[in-house]
Every structure is written in C-alpha cells, then in structure tokens.
Design a protein around this ligand. Structure first.
Ligand SMILES: *[C@@H]1O[C@H](CO)[C@@H](O)[C@H](O)[C@H]1NC(C)=O
Ligand SMILES: *[C@@H]1O[C@H](CO)[C@@H](O)[C@H](O)[C@H]1NC(C)=O
Length: 397
C-alpha cells in the first residue's frame, strides 16, 4: 500500500511526458498498443472500470472520472463525476472540455452550495463560451479550429441522485435488476442529438422554419447543412457564429448563405434520476461503442462477467463486432495502426460505474480521499500533468 501511494504521488506531479514510466502501475491505468485501460478502481459510491481504444491518428475521445468534492466547500456536495467527450474534426475541443468543464461545475456548485441540473447547464455554457474565446484568439493563425467540436456526456452521482447531461450522441445506459425475473434491463438515460433520429430532424425544421435545407440526406446519411450528423455540440463555432464561417476556413466548411441564428446548439439535455436499490451500474460510452453494440447487449456483457475489466470487455466485444462486419479476424484488426484503424471503427471510450447501494445512501456526506483519472491514449496534451489517481482500497467495503 505504501509503495503504491509513493508511485502515485510521483505520478501525480510529473509532467505527462514521464507518464509511460508509470504506465505499468495500476493507479494511472495501463497502455497496451492503442488500448488504454483501468480495469478496476473505487469511486465514492462503488467500483468503476474504464477503457479507451484509439482509432483516429490523434485520439479525439477524451474522458475523466472524478470522485470526492464536487465544490470547493468543506460542507460539500461530495460525489462522483464522469465525463465522456467525443471530438470531431480534431482533438482540440474534447481536450478543452476535459481541462475545463469539471472546474466550472465545481465553481457553480460552490456558488449554489449544492448540485443541480442548473449547475450542470451553467458548466456546459461556461465551457462553450471558454472554447469560443480560444477560437477567437487562435483564429488568425489556426482558422480550422473553428470547425472542431465535441459531443459531451456527463454523469454526476450526488446523494441518491444521478444527473445525466448530454449534447451529441454519446450514451449513458443503466443496468437495472428486475427482482421477479433476475434479469438486468438496459435503460437509456441520455437523450441523443443525432440527425438520424426523426425527432431531432423535426426539432431542426421547427427551429429553422425558413431553411428547408437545414438537414439533408447525403450519401444515405442525414447531415445538418450537409456537414455534420449531430445537432448539438460544444465547439463547431463555424456553425454557431457567422463571422467564423468565412475565409480562411476551408471552402468545404463554408456555407453559401450567411446565417443569422446559430445552426447548432450547446444546450445539454439534462435528466435527473433518483437511484434505486436495484440499480446495478451505469455504462457511459462514446458513439464508437454503440455503433457495434446495442444497449441490452452491453448491459448483459457487464452483468454476466466479473466487474474487474468490464470496460475493456465491452471495448473488445465492439472490436470483435467491427472485425466481423469486415469479415476479418479480431487478431488482424488489432494489428492495424491508428489512422488507418478509423476505417474500421471510431475511437471508443467506456466507463462503467457500479452502484453500491450502501455507499450511494451515504455519498453526499462522505469526505473520503479523492480520485481524479483521465482516459489515456497516446496523445495527451503536452502541457498537462499526468493523470492523477488515488486508489480508495482503504475505504472499500
Ligand atoms: C449518428 O447515427 C448514425 C446512424 O445511426 C451513425 O452511423 C453515426 O455513427 C451516429 N453518430 C455520428 C456522430 O455520426
Ligand atoms: C483484475 O484483473 C486483472 C487481469 O485479469 C488482474 O491482474 C487483477 O489483479 C485483477 N484485479 C483485482 C482487484 O481483482
């Protein structure tokens, strides 16, 4: 235990370039080629399992789990926070969210001295505005940053309440035990904003009554303005502010007509769920997983195997499915390098939070040690510290 603690302290305070020295020690997870995983750890209300597989040349998925104080106040709230950020067009927005959203959340929770849907909404808005400022600053030298965005899925467990917020098409799915049959049912907790969904297209047409071309079917895929599949995101400034939809942005991103109203929104769909004793776990994952596994398939895989390594098992099941669709062997798929891999599957991030009902009922007042862990990958921003995790084995029941 002492040596684990020492490893951890050194891991926490070293710049990220040193992290692979520690990659073999479990507190910060392990790297195996394009796969990063943390098979098991403790958060405030139970165990968790986390895994990320990279497909893009630069990892566009980012993720984090935080456990402990959800504000800067001694009096709380305390709880667990999960974020899955699925970037598109580049990694800049998802990295920005990973660096800022949780801090905004803590700031608003401190102001309001509690956790709420409003705190989460404000944290999204502050993150979106912060990224706008970054784009404004970088635009003269790096105009393409205006065409980078990210989906953003957040889960917060505080007291006996689970908050789920989402923009884009990542997904949170609850596994709930049905006592009578012993089955575990999959219940999707997050709303999605993918133009492939009829209601999302209807919302777009009602918000843009003067634009019959707001969403179009292009090569058999529904795309907003023929460009993007999600109607809500963080970033994608080129579809929110007309002043960034012009040269020197690449021609393929520029709209012919100037627009007066933002085309995409960053307003999260937030839902609030009182946790029940038979709620077993929640799977948070980027679209890369759900492209290959149904909600119920994923829940059954978690339910029917040991908790240890659950997230990695889900990633593997999705990769096996991706290989099958291309009539190739999983072992051959695994040999394909990043970049080229994107032709077979997307970046995939999975975080499974297990819910221990004993701990859930105490969660808002527990002041245990804190945990702060980021989903790994090959491309961590060079100016950030290494992932920092405090195992909570001592407080595990
Ligand atoms: C949106 O839905 C389509 C069709 O179901 C799917 O192929 C795609 O991966 C989804 N997400 C995004 C970001 O395109
Ligand atoms: C989890 O599984 C891994 C590999 O299967 C094993 O090395 C590790 O000791 C297990 N951890 C726990 C806490 O059981």
């Amino acid at each position: 235990m002492l040596s684990a603690l020492m490893n951890l302290l050194t891991a926490c305070w070293r710049p990220s370039s040193d992290r692979y020295i520690h990659a073999g020690s479990d507190p910060v997870g392990r790297q195996d080629g394009l796969l990063w995983y943390k098979d098991t750890g403790q958060h405030l209300t139970g165990e968790f399992s986390m895994a990320v597989v990279q497909a893009n040349n630069l990892l566009e998925d980012q993720s984090q789990i935080e456990s402990g104080p959800l504000s800067s106040l001694e009096s709380g709230p305390y709880g667990a926070f999960v974020g899955v950020y699925d970037g598109h067009g580049g990694p800049e927005t998802s990295r920005y969210i990973n660096d800022h959203l949780f801090h905004h959340l803590k700031r608003f929770a401190s102001e309001q001295q509690s956790m709420s849907a409003d705190v989460i909404r404000k944290a999204y808005q502050a993150t979106e505005e912060g990224f706008f400022s970054l784009v404004t600053k970088q635009w003269p030298k790096k105009p393409q940053i205006a065409a980078v965005g990210s989906c953003c899925l957040v889960g917060v467990i505080c007291g006996e309440t689970l908050y789920v917020a989402n923009v884009g098409d990542s997904r949170a799915v609850l596994g709930r035990l049905v006592k009578a049959t012993g089955e575990v049912l999959a219940i999707q907790l997050s709303a999605e904003h993918n133009a492939s969904i009829e209601s999302v297209r209807q919302e777009l047409f009602s918000l843009h009554p003067d634009d019959s071309q707001i969403v179009v079917l292009k090569h058999n895929v529904w795309r907003i303005k023929g460009l993007i599949q999600v109607s809500r995101s963080i970033g994608d400034v080129y579809l929110k502010k007309a002043e960034f939809n012009r040269e020197p942005l690449y021609a393929k991103f520029r709209l012919r007509e100037p627009f007066r109203r933002p085309i995409l929104s960053a307003e999260p769909s937030v839902s609030v769920h009182p946790l029940q004793p038979h709620d077993q776990f929640v799977i948070f994952a980027s679209d890369g997983l759900w492209e290959h596994l149904s909600n119920q398939e994923a829940v059954s895989i978690v339910q029917n195997h040991p908790r240890n390594g659950s997230a990695r098992r889900l990633v593997k099941a999705a990769l096996q499915e991706a290989a099958k669709k291309r009539e190739m062997r999983y072992s051959d798929l695994k040999k394909i390098d990043r970049g080229v891999r994107r032709h077979f599957h997307d970046d995939i991030t999975v975080i499974v939070l297990f819910l221990d009902s004993n701990l859930v009922s105490k969660a808002s007042s527990i002041r245990g040690p804190t945990l702060s862990l980021r989903g790994g990958g090959i491309n961590v921003p060079s100016n950030s510290l290494a992932p920092c995790a405090t195992p909570m084995e001592l407080s595990a029941s």
